[in-house]
Design a binder for this molecule. Structure first.
Ligand code: NZQ
Ligand code: ZN
Length: 387
């Protein structure tokens, strides 16, 4: 196992009917900006409960944070925060709203050009302070509710913003708030959480048994509850397990002391940016082909994944790996998420534009060892096109 530090300050408030506890969670004298998306939280009554939970505090609202939140939209919220001296941000929504709120938290006190926050990427945003924030998560998928990352879209690309100052102070995870999700968003959430685990697990072995077994546990849980959630939309226990799986997949805990890949995500972000695929759709397209092309590098963990997650015990290592890749693709497809780039209306000659974007964003040495160059990424995309 590799050396690591682990500290996660987010207070998780999990379960049904907890929104009234906002009163204890948000500082009593806070001036609050509630941020949300295109209106689902208004339509389904969540916003009303949130506002009731905030009691007599001075509250402002900012709506219209879009899926794959954009810099330009978020800068409008930054203006409100600055003009009104807001001192607490409350995100109510999915990953896009939570991520957007994190960006606002970082950008509002920032004195330089706010685009700097995007350019820093994984090196960490150059910020020394951020407005405190909390979240009410309505979509289990990204893990944003318990991590320090955000992904923001700008003309220069879809880029990560990372800082320990961006952990939510608290996140309310009420699985019953997810009952209103359309099936496509449930499926997206399952796939996103599944791939988060895989990018921290299918690398190379470092004898990290707790991390491996937790990863395997989350994967098996998602395989069980994903289809049940879709088939039984009123099943609270399935929703609860899905929600905690998604949070556990990317709150840092399974990623300590182990190598990580994130190549699927980095290529996926370009597909979203260029062609508008949903985040999870982009991952479902890239991951099976990335594994197919790079199975020699990932063989030991792919065999472990095949045996322990899919219970594939027969055959040679190669046969186990191939079957595990096939089962992963079939799992995504069974949820209704297509796994070929050609199925999303992308022209074949666009692959070169993806490569150009990866190059422009410095994504030229991906993978757990940094050995995935643009040529390999091109091969992956060629394979993913109509694999
Ligand atoms: O905008 P509203 O009206 O709220 O509708 C949303 C949106 O249209 C809807 N929705 C959310 N909760 C709902 C609901 N509809 C009905 N009932 C509910 N309870 O769902 C749609 C999609 O929402 P969005 O927030 O975009 O989805 P998701 O949670 O999948 O977030 C995706 C974003 O997160 C980023 C992605 O890149 C993408 O921008 N990611 C963030 C990460 C992080 N912070 O750690 C990691 C991930 O890998 C990912 O990159
Ligand atoms: Zn993701």
């Amino acid at each position: 196992m590799m050396n690591f530090n682990y500290q996660n300050p987010t207070h998780i408030v999990f379960g049904q009917d907890r929104l009234q506890e906002l009163d204890q969670l948000v500082p009593a004298n806070a001036k609050v900006l509630v941020l949300y998306g295109g209106g689902s939280v208004k339509k389904f009554g969540t916003l009303e409960k949130v506002l009731a939970g905030l009691g007599n505090r001075e509250v402002f609202e900012f709506s219209g944070i879009e899926p794959n939140p954009t810099f330009n939209t978020l800068m409008k919220a930054v203006e409100i925060v600055r003009a009104e001296n807001i001192d607490f941000l409350l995100a109510v929504g999915g990953g896009s709203v939570m991520d957007g709120t994190k960006f606002v938290a970082a950008a509002a006190p920032y004195e330089g050009d706010e685009v700097d926050l995007l350019k820093a990427g994984f090196a960490g945003a150059p910020i020394t302070s951020a407005i405190p924030l909390g979240t009410v998560a309505t979509l289990p998928a990204t893990g944003s509710e318990m991590n320090m990352g955000a992904v923001i879209s700008h003309d220069i690309g879809k880029l990560p913003v990372m800082s320990p100052l961006l952990y939510p102070q608290f996140s309310i995870l009420d699985p019953s708030l997810t009952f209103t999700l359309p099936p496509v968003q449930i499926a997206n959430g399952v796939v996103d959480a599944f791939v988060h685990v895989l990018e921290q697990y299918v690398t190379y072995p470092v004898d990290a048994r707790i991390q491996d077994r937790m990863a395997e546990g989350i994967l098996q849980t998602l395989i069980e509850v994903g289809p049940v959630t879709l088939a039984e939309p009123d099943n609270y226990d399935a929703r609860a397990n899905l929600m905690w799986s998604a949070t556990s997949a990317l709150n840092g805990y399974i990623g300590v002391g182990v190598p990580q890949d994130w190549g699927t995500h980095m290529i996926g972000h370009e597909l979203t940016d260029l062609f508008g695929l949903d985040h999870a759709q982009s991952l479902a397209v890239v991951l099976p082909s990335l594994w197919k092309l790079r199975k020699d590098k990932k063989r030991a963990k792919l065999v472990q994944y095949a045996e322990r997650v899919w219970d594939i015990r027969e055959g040679s290592d190669d046969e186990k790996v191939d079957l595990a890749i096939e089962k992963t693709r079939d799992f995504f497809e069974s949820l209704g998420v297509k796994t070929r780039l050609s199925q999303y209306g992308v022209e074949h000659n666009q692959i070169e534009n993806v490569i150009k974007a990866l190059e422009a964003h410095g994504m030229t040495a991906l993978s757990e060892t940094g050995d995935q160059d643009l040529n390999t990424s091109r091969e992956i995309l060629e394979d993913a096109y109509a694999a």
